[in-house]
Design a protein around this ligand. Sequence first.
Ligand code: 2P0
Length: 346
Amino acid sequence: MTVPNNMPCKDNGIIGSAVSSAHPSLALIKYWGKQDGTRNIPATPSLAVTLDGLTTKTRVDINRPVDGRKEPDRVFLEGILQKEDRFAPFFAGFRKLTDTMKPGMGRFIVTAHSSSDFPTAAGLASSASGFAALSCACAAAAGLELSAEELSAMARIGSASASRSIYGGFTRLDAGSHIAEPLYGENWWPDFRIIVLELEKGPKNLSSRQAMERTRLNSPYYQAWIDDSELLMDRSLDALRGRDLDALGPLIRNSYLRMFATMFAADPPIIYWKPISLAIIQLCDTMRSEGFSVWETMDAGPQVKLFCLKNDVKAIRNRLIGELNDLNIRICRPGGPSSVQNRNET
Ligand code: 2P0
């Protein structure tokens, strides 16, 4: 990863700097659709696990404007400057918070450098880990002492799934809610494993935000998806509470397939799947018929992720390698919360 860890020397222009990291939040039960697009409030409840094997690291520098000049905040992902409008609501929320908590801080400019050890914008929840890490780093660089709930609300303005990535382990984000909640910590289900199959590295053509909005506006199945979501969530919470993968798995499958059914029915349709995605879905079905409790899910991209238990990982992995070529396989456990590694406040 290419984010510098050393803190700058203090000088007059620097208000503070911080480096933080966060893991993606992979949904077992999916958020898809917004009740309120301006405030990024979800229309469906989601249940997710934070992944330990994938990490985004972000460094934030907060400076006073040079000679009082008006300059934009800047975010670099893997060294590439990002469009301002994607980050503007997040930074507006951050400024509102600093104005309230540190009224004397005055005007400032944020520069962020972010890097992930996995492909971004490819259906691996990089915006979840990205905005979670950015929230932690911004708060630390500004010297704001925020609770996890406050960080979760801040991250949500950037990306709803990022509100979950603030916490480790298993989390929920309810429909209509502006804060995610931690359910169980990362050590609560020691045998739970997530196999992440990285099938394509390139960014997707249609962002999840655009895809969600198209689905909401013109998929005839959208309302059915929303109506079904609460029951699916309640049943999943029961299965998770019992650490019962055989009960949880079919609900995981219902959630992602119903989410995609709404997308397929949009006009024009949204199809993130690739032939290899379907091949893996079918291989999981075969493995289940042979007695493995292995359950796939997909997000806004062609990647497939599998949930299983520790004792089955080796056999499932061998099977995947044996049947499909060139797979990039990562075995993950439930990961820890987002954290600050380094901070320097003047
Ligand atoms: C989720 N996904 O629950 C769902 C399932 C993808 C499929 O959250 O518009 O980047 O920034 O709130 O969080 C991906 O969408 O969307 C996502 P915004 P986000 O994980």
